[in-house]
Design a protein around this ligand. Structure first.
Ligand code: FAD
Ligand code: FES
Length: 218
């Protein structure tokens, strides 16, 4: 893990989301499912973001502008600079047979990089509207559904599932496929185990998601 100040290459709209492309500098892109802490302009605390794509010389993050920090990150323009720390946490285990990627909403963010790492396996993605579903174009070989249809209707529970999405989606995937690898979320202040701000109770045990997750396997 290291911290660097990097330059924005471009900020591209993808439906309601922004694909923020930055120079990679000396940062290791890490394993799909790992994350970076991005320092948003004018905000005290950095914000955790999954690597969405890691083409040569770049890192790209898909960002949903839901609050002040993410809106500030989405407002960055080419040439702006920001500090980035990472890679952090535990990513997906990639030694799986017959993988199926499952994503919901902004939870698809780590799936393009994961898809590349696994040789473009099948994916099923769920969104709340056609506008949000424009982000599905980032994930190769994806079957897409839009609410009221739920992505869990497309899940083959016998596949090796790697999933990221809102908590109710992850709980539903886990009920269908108890051995699925699931990327969980919690608000994070430090990103490396120091503040306990991300501690969550899972299966009766307290886990710091930034250290033991965000990807947890049963
Ligand atoms: C490991 C990890 C990877 C992530 N990857 C991405 C990504 O690739 N793209 C992306 O858009 N977002 C991602 N997020 C979520 C993102 O970090 C938060 O949306 C962001 O920090 C919110 O900051 P804000 O200042 O915009 O909004 P805030 O004002 O901080 O939050 C807005 C609302 O969202 C809630 N909230 C904030 N953070 C979280 C969270 N992590 N989990 C659940 N609720 C939260 C707050 O309670 C509040 O209600 C990730 C989170 C984690 C933990
Ligand atoms: S974010 Fe600080 S301990 Fe996890």
């Amino acid at each position: 893990m290291r911290r660097e100040r990097l330059s924005v290459v471009a900020s591209e709209r993808v439906g309601p989301y922004t694909l923020l492309r930055v120079t990679r500098g000396g940062l290791d892109p890490g394993i799909p499912g790992q994350f970076f802490m991005l320092e948003a302009p004018g905000r005290l605390l950095p914000r955790p973001m999954s690597v969405c794509l890691a083409p040569p010389g770049e890192l790209a993050f898909l960002i949903d502008p839901i609050g002040p920090g993410t809106r500030a990150l989405c407002g960055l323009e080419g040439g702006d600079r920001l500090a980035i720390l990472g890679p952090l946490g535990n990513g997906f285990q990639l030694d799986v047979e017959r993988p199926l990627l499952v994503g919901g909403g902004i939870g698809i963010a780590p799936l393009p990089y994961l898809s590349e790492a696994l040789g473009r396996p099948p994916a099923v993605l769920g969104f709340r509207s056609d506008w949000h579903a424009e982000a599905a174009g980032l994930v190769p070989d994806a079957e897409v559904c839009v609410e009221p249809r739920l992505v869990t209707e497309l899940v083959d529970p016998d596949a090796a599932i790697l999933a990221c999405g809102p908590e109710p989606m992850l709980e539903a995937v886990r009920a269908l496929a108890p051995t699925a690898q699931l990327a969980w979320e919690a608000p994070m202040a430090c990103g490396y185990g120091a503040c306990y701000g991300c501690a969550v109770e899972l299966d009766g045990a307290l886990k710091r998601l930034c250290v033991e997750g965000p990807v947890l396997c049963s």
